[in-house]
Design a protein around this ligand. Sequence first.
Ligand code: ARG
Length: 460
Amino acid sequence: FMAQLWGGRFTRETDELVYRFNASVTFDKKFYRQDIQGSMAHVKMLAKQGILTEQEKEQILEGLQGILTDVENGKLQITEKYEDIHSFVEANLIERIGDAGKKLHTGRSRNDQVALDMKLYIRDEIAEIDGLLKTLLTKLLAMMEEHTETYMPGFTHLQKAQPVTFAHHLGAYFEMFKRDRQRLSDIAKRMNLCPLGSGALAGTTYPLDRDYTAELLGFDGATLNSMDSVSDRDYLIELLAAMSTIMMHLSRFCEEIIIWNTNEYRFVELDDAYSTGSSIMPQKKNPDIAELIRGKTGRVYGALTALLTTMKGLPLAYNKDMQEDKELTFDAIDTVKGCIALFTGMISTMKVNKGRMEESAKQGFTNATDAADYLVNHGVPFRDAHGIVGRLVLACIEKGIALDELSLEEYREISPVFEEDIYEAISLKTCVEKRQTAGAPSQKAMLQAIAKERAYLEEN
Ligand code: ARG
C-alpha cells in the first residue's frame, strides 16, 4: 500500500482502511482499455501542439501499447496496489519508459480523465445493449409473423376483454423495446462530447487542441464548459432511467409469461432448460428465470435512485462522491445485458399452446362488444345495444353458457333485431378479423404493422 501518500499522522491500520475506502481500482479497472485509448489520443494531441516532442510521443505510445497488450494477455495484473486505473497505467508507463512517462499527465487531471473514460466505456456498452435489444426484436418479429392467426383473449384489469392474437400481443412489446432503443440512441447522441482538456475544473494553461482530441476519440466535438465537464453525470442518470424502463418492460412481459405458464392458463410452456425444479415437490417446474428478471428490475431502479441521490447535493465541480457512479452503473448494465439475453432465450424456446389460447378466447364473453356492434349496425343506438347485450350476458351466466350457445329464440326474446347471422358476427374469427384499423389485431392490419417493423429493423 502507498502509505506514504497519507503522511505520518495515520496509524498503519487506519492508513489501510482509508486507502481501501478511497481506492477505486477494484472496479474502475473495468475501463483500462478506454483509459489507455484516452491517454493515447491525449499524447498525440500534445505532440501536435508542440507540448511533447515526436520522440516522446512515440515512446509513450509504445509504452501504453505494451501495457495494453500485457494486460490483455494476462502478463500484467491490475492489482489493488494502485489506487485507481489511472495510477496503474501511469505508474506502469514510468516503470517501462522512464522520464518520458512522467509527461503523460501534462495538461490533464484525473477529473477530466475519469469523465472521459466513463463516457468511452458507456458508449461501447450502449452499443452492446442496443445489439441485444435488436436480437430480441428480431426474435419477436419472427414470432409475430408465425402467430397472426393465433387467437387469444386480450385483457383489461386482468379480466377477459376482447379477443386479440398472440402476434398482436407480442407486437405491443415490440413497440416498447423499439422505443427503448430510440432512448439509447438519443442518449448516445447527447453524451457524445469530449470532456478531456477540462483539467481539474478550470481548463489548463497549455495550448491544447481539444477538438483534435475529440475527433481522435470519435466524439462530435469538445464540451463547452470545463466545470460541467468534470461534474456532469446526467448521461449516466439518463442511461439508468432508460435501463430501468427496459427492465420495467421485461418485467411486465415476465409477469405475463409467469401467468401464461401456470396450470390454470397453460397458454405457454417454458422449456426445461429455462425452468427449475423444487427440492421437495417432485411435480414442480418453476419459471424462476422469468421471476428473477422481474426481481432484478428493483436492482436497476435502485441504481437510478442511488445516483440521483448521490448527485443532488453536490456543489460544482468534481467531488469524490461521484466515484459512486461506477459500481452501480456497471452493475445495472451487467444486469440489463444478462436479463435481455436470458429473456430472448426463454421466449425463443417456450412452447406456445395455440389451442388453449383459442379456447380461452372463446370464453369470458370476449365477443360481447361485437354483439352490441351487431345491434348498432342494425340501427340500435349503442347505449341501448350495450344494455341489451348486458342482459344477454346475464342470461348466459345463469345458464353457464357462452353467447354463441344461446338459441336464436333466446336472442330474439331480448331483442327482435337479432337474426341468424348473429352467430357469424360474434364468432372469434370475425371478432378479430373485423378489427382492421391501423394497429388493430386483424391479420390484415397486423401484416401491415409487421411490414413496417421489418423495415424499421432493416434500417436500424
Ligand atoms: N476514482 C476517481 C473517480 O472515479 C477518479 C477521479 C479522482 N479525482 C480526484 N480528484 N480524486 O471519480
